[in-house]
Design a protein around this ligand. Structure first.
Ligand code: HGY
Ligand code: MN
Ligand code: MN
Length: 414
């Protein structure tokens, strides 16, 4: 007689998901739950309250990572971590990260309710500042011992913002480094996440088994020309920083599509100074990132991008300043984690396909220190980092049940 696999409490999960989605939600303006903002802190407190209500232990570490724990009865038991992040991008969507944190909590609660005794401590974790509005994968890099003083010296949005955010949360650079865990104590890491792209929906497949996670190299780029009167200065006599920015953005798209077809690049922020109708821009400041699944290719892509910026600066008679402000290496997931996810999907008679992740995740950090895997569920119209980001409730529950099955398998076979 085949046993039906253990499944989560769908009603409890749905009720909690509805509550969590409201914290920081501003309707058509989207979700505003950036790291260390009031809504973010409210969501974290909500998570701890729900964990306590389920009779779980709770903990906050020196990186502000919030955890709900179900200790194993066994001495010397290692910890199987399940989780994601509750912080969002500005004007983001309601499920990016949040689904993985709630899914992890629901798995731990379900194991506890079922009286399942596992040889590992189960820990549902909400990592601090995955999205990088302060540092980027701050909590997971701290836990994994992947943070260095150099990384804290020049974060993507500046050191002042980092120090202010840490101080406001009662954290410090010292407490970040103290949050490091010994990898020998960790049995593995699993993350449930929305796909944030169109692949699963277009293929009509219920789940994605993530094979690898793209790396990301981020740069501050600055073109410097000369401010002049926009009415009196002849067009040919200008050193217009805006021309450097515009030609880099257009050239970037051409470069990637021609020479790096498996990669992506983006300029997500552009500022012209002094920023007046009637002044030729003296400075153009761009926030640029580029991504690849392969570490060597990411390095080559970054070099090609900076060389392009240099050529455009020369073309328009501009000075160029560049600063590397973030590097997240690509990471493959672990075959044992992929296998556990595939088994769980099969037991639940759900369709699944292996696929890479274009987005970055805490799992790419955890993959450096432990057996790590990711479960994707479809995104409606492939939309993410946008108020219309959504995944159906049945798909969210499917993903959480697969997370449960994979966690139990990893826990009992690691
Ligand atoms: O940027 C990313 O890929 C992720 O959403 N932090
Ligand atoms: Mn995410
Ligand atoms: Mn995101």
């Amino acid at each position: 007689m085949t046993h039906e696999p253990l499944t989560v409490d769908a009603d409890r999960f749905a009720a909690d998901l509805a509550q969590l989605c409201e914290i920081g939600w501003e309707g058509e303006r989207g979700l505003h739950r950036t790291a260390f903002s009031q809504p973010h802190l409210q969501a974290r407190e909500w998570f701890l309250r729900r964990a306590s209500a389920a009779g779980l232990e709770t903990r906050v570490d020196g990186a502000g990572n919030h955890s709900a724990l179900l200790p194993s009865g066994e001495p010397e038991a290692r910890t199987l971590l399940l989780g994601s992040h509750l912080d969002s991008v500005p004007a983001g969507g309601r499920l990016d990260g949040a689904l993985g944190v709630l899914g992890a909590l629901e798995v731990v609660r379900t194991v506890k309710d079922a009286g399942l005794r596992l040889p590992v401590t189960l820990e549902a974790i909400d990592f601090t500042d995955e999205e990088g509005t302060v540092l980027g994968t701050m909590g997971s890099r701290a836990l994994a011992g992947q943070l260095t003083p150099e990384m804290l010296a020049s974060p993507r949005y500046g050191r002042d913002r980092l120090l202010a955010a840490l101080a406001g949360a009662g954290l410090s650079e010292e407490s970040l480094f103290a949050a490091r865990r010994d990898p020998a104590d960790i049995a593995g890491f699993l993350e449930l996440h929305i796909e944030q792209g169109p692949v699963l929906e277009q293929a009509g497949v219920q789940l994605g088994i993530v094979t690898g996670i793209r790396g990301n190299a981020s740069f501050d780029i600055e073109f410097v020309g000369a401010a002049r009167h926009a009415g009196t200065t002849p067009m040919a006599a200008r050193r217009d920083a805006g021309l450097g920015a515009a030609s880099l953005i257009l050239g970037l798209r051409e470069l990637v599509m021609r020479d790096f077809p498996g990669c992506v690049a983006n300029v997500g922020d552009l500022r012209l100074e002094p920023g007046a109708f009637n002044v030729v821009p003296e400075r153009a400041v761009l926030k640029l990132e580029c991504r690849s699944l392969d570490e060597d290719e990411l390095r080559e892509l970054a070099e090609a991008v900076l060389a392009l910026a240099g050529r455009e600066a020369e073309r328009w008679g501009l000075e160029l300043r560049t600063e590397a402000v973030g590097l997240w290496k690509p990471a493959p997931t672990h075959p044992r984690a992929r296998e556990a996810i595939a088994h769980a999907a099969r037991r639940l008679r759900l369709t699944a396909t292996e696929m890479p992740s274009g987005a970055g995740h805490d799992a790419q950090v955890m993959a450096r220190i432990t057996t790590s895997g990711m479960v994707f569920v479809p995104s409606v119209d492939g939309i993410s980092h946008h108020p219309h980001e959504w995944t159906s409730l049945p798909d969210c529950i499917n993903g959480t049940n697969v997370l449960l099955g994979a966690a139990v398998e990893l826990a009992t076979t690691s």
